[in-house]
Design a protein around this ligand. Structure first.
Ligand code: ZN
Length: 57
């Protein structure tokens, strides 16, 4: 796997890196690692917390 240039589907910047899966923020495309850490992972944490609460812990 090599680095490629792409447009981040969250912040819209052109970046050259491996790219990250933007789910659950977006279903398609790739996001930069900055958005991955600041947006995507936070949202995943939030969702898994919600799931845990739904299941009664
Ligand atoms: Zn981004």
């Amino acid at each position: 796997m090599s680095e490629t240039k792409f447009k981040c589907c969250i912040c819209g910047k052109d970046v050259t890196e491996y790219g990250n899966d933007p789910w659950p923020i977006k279903e398609e495309g790739r996001c930069c690692s900055y958005c991955n850490w600041t947006v995507v992972l936070k949202e995943r944490n939030r969702l898994s917390k919600l799931n845990r609460e739904k299941n009664g812990n």
